[in-house]
Ligand binder design. Structure first.
Ligand code: S3P
Length: 440
């Protein structure tokens, strides 16, 4: 049952060791690549959040055998091709799911109709339709490139595509389509974005060449390749680990360790930024797990100072600006986050909702078209006021960010639609309570 609201209150310190749930990006890709491959893929540590479960259902609809074997343990048996689904493919709240699946499906001679929840139906799909059309796919959709839309795939030709926006989803959609395009695909990204698709394609036996060239990073996927099923261990999601870690940093007396966190350099801009702000954040026991660096991250309550976060860092922490804004609310001085226009086309307009939520909690904020300035409350040692009910527009990260703030603010903070937290972090409430958070 979805509670009508959820409230976080200031209490004692947060303490303990926890494991972050499986990485959302890698979980989607494990299922999609497993379905595209021939043979069996065994997955351990899959994120069992709503977004990923929708992708599992979609892969069944496209003809793969997908079975849950145990807690986080899944098996995908792929046929080396997608079949035409007999019904509408509903990706729920998941932009990653729908965009990557569209790319994967475009390579086959089939028609598929995609939809999603109200948030996903409002998000731009033109960014993937444009390159896929250039490759030869056909789309019929709503005005503005919105879902629902129907794809007719097959007969794709090679593309050389320079990403107009720094988006790993668009890059991945083109690469997955390129698997079944005549002579493959080349993507050039002016700013590096998360490279899980490239790494995982290799784990499934594909050749992917990556070169730094003038004007960016060039990813070359030769055509005519077949994927073979493999074993995948999904590391902990740094985007989810961010919530208990920032909760510890802003709540007096706290110390929290999150084990097994993915430390891919293209995902850890938040950790770099928190350190620059003066956070006591220690990364230990760094190891390699399935081709990705992983480690244990410990955060302790810290005095923070405001910083300038450069636009170049945005792709490496694009999902973490909401929780960074909360850390910034407790800092001494302003934090200026620049070059984050992409935040406006996420599950919600995250710049607008963070500005509204923090301002309702008594924090000084200034919204810019592509930026956000948060004026920390630490000067004079006044904790953030809090005492607000925050509207989340069903956005899981907006909800979790404000609840984290509630653990350290003077007044309780409530969020609406807490059920949406399960899209990316089904165990959030239990984990935060287990660490000592007052959440009810
Ligand atoms: C993701 C890429 C990012 C990110 C999303 C996951 C991915 O989106 O915000 O949560 O798994 O490729 P964009 O590619 O739109 O930046």
């Amino acid at each position: 049952m979805t509670p009508a609201g959820l409230t976080a209150k200031r209490g004692g310190p947060l303490r303990g060791r926890v494991r972050a749930p499986g990485d959302k990006s890698i979980s989607h890709r494990s299922l999609i690549l497993g379905a595209l491959a021939e043979g069996t893929t065994e997955i351990e540590g899959l994120l069992e959040g709503d977004d990923v479960l929708r992708t599992a259902d979609a892969m069944r609809a496209f003809g793969a055998e997908v079975a849950q074997l145990g807690d986080g343990r899944w098996r995908v048996v792929g046929q080396g091709e997608f079949k035409e689904p007999s019904g509408v493919v509903d990706c729920g709240n998941a932009g990653t799911g729908v965009r990557l699946i569209m790319g994967a499906a475009a390579g086959f001679d089939l028609a598929a109709t995609f939809t999603g929840d109200a948030s996903l139906r409002g998000r731009p799909m033109n960014r993937v339709m444009k390159p896929l059309r250039e490759m030869g796919a056909l789309f019929l959709g709503r005005s503005g490139g919105r879902l629902p839309l129907t794809l007719k795939g097959g007969g794709l030709r090679r593309i050389e595509y320079r990403l107009p926006e720094p988006s790993a989803q668009v890059k991945s959609a083109v690469l997955l389509a390129g698997l079944h395009a005549d002579r493959g695909a080349r993507v050039i990204e002016p700013e590096p974005t998360r490279d899980h698709t490239e790494r995982m394609l290799r784990a499934f036996g594909a050749v992917v060449q990556v070169h730094e060239v003038a004007g960016g990073r060039q990813i070359e996927l030769p055509g005519g390749q077949r994927l073979a099923g493999t074993r995948i261990r999904v590391p902990g999601d740094p985007s989810s680990a961010a919530f208990p870690l920032v909760a510890a940093i802003v709540t007096p007396g706290s110390e929290v360790t999150v084990e097994g966190v993915l430390l891919n350099p293209l995902r850890i801009g938040l950790f770099d930024t928190l350190k620059e702000m003066g956070a006591d954040l220690v990364i230990e026991n760094v190891r390699d797990e399935g081709g990705e660096p992983v480690g244990d991250v410990t955060a302790r309550h810290s005095a923070l100072r405001g910083v300038d976060v450069p636009p170049a860092r945005a792709p490496s922490m694009i999902d973490e600006y909401p929780i960074l804004a909360v850390a910034a609310a407790f800092a001494d001085g302003p934090t200026h986050m620049r070059g984050i226009g992409e935040m406006r086309v996420k599950e919600s307009d995250r710049i607008a909702l963070m500005a509204a939520g923090l301002s309702a909690c008594g924090i000084g904020v200034e919204e810019e078209p592509e930026g956000l300035i948060v004026v920390g409350s630490a000067r004079g040692n006044h904790p953030a006021a809090g005492g607000a009910r925050v509207v989340t527009h069903g956005d899981h990260r907006i909800a979790m960010s404000h609840l984290v703030m509630g653990f350290a603010a003077e007044g309780a903070i409530s969020v609406d639609e807490p059920g949406m937290i399960a899209t990316s972090f089904p165990g959030f409430v239990e984990m935060m309570r287990g660490l000592g958070g007052d959440l009810g």
